[in-house]
Write a protein that binds this ligand. Structure first.
Ligand code: ZN
Length: 152
């Protein structure tokens, strides 16, 4: 069996080198929302086309480290064309993945297993939780998405 860490690193590099859904949408009608991670200097701009409760299209622009940009690419691939209910479920799954190794109040308890299969390629980002300073890089695109959907 292939080394899982290596596989995950490959997925992250692949999304960094060939980002999915890269570009812009005319705004309006698309919603434009910006996110910034001052700790690392990562910038994300999302263009969201929401119609009848479905995230019909999503485009990603911005620049930053490999974690922030590959996470944005992975996120866009995971949520494009999905209902907002599915999008919110994906956000919840991802946030749980990013907190699973934390302890203390508010952290997911150990009985709550993260379903890596449901996460698909997003599971590649689970190694990030070992480096707390990079968690903000990985969650930037997701927090920006949440902010954009709240405005929708
Ligand atoms: Zn970063």
């Amino acid at each position: 069996m292939a080394n899982l860490d290596e596989l995950y690193r490959e997925i992250i590099l692949d999304h960094y080198r060939s980002p999915r859904n890269r570009g812009e949408l005319p705004s309006p009608p698309a919603l434009r929302v910006e996110g910034f991670n001052p700790l690392c200097g990562d910038e994300i701009t999302l263009y969201l086309d929401v119609r009848d409760g479905v995230l019909v299209d999503i485009k990603v622009a911005g620049q930053g480290c490999s974690i922030s940009q590959s996470s944005a690419s992975l996120m866009s691939a995971a949520v494009k064309g999905r209902s907002l209910a599915d999008v919110n479920a994906a956000v919840e799954r991802f946030k749980r993945l990013m907190t699973v190794h934390e302890s203390g109040p508010g952290a997911a308890d150990d009985t709550e297993e993260v379903d890596l299969r449901a996460l698909g390629e997003l599971a590649a980002l689970q190694g990030v939780v070992k480096f707390p300073v990079r968690i903000k890089c990985a969650t930037l695109a997701w927090n920006t998405l949440v902010q954009g959907l709240a405005d929708a």
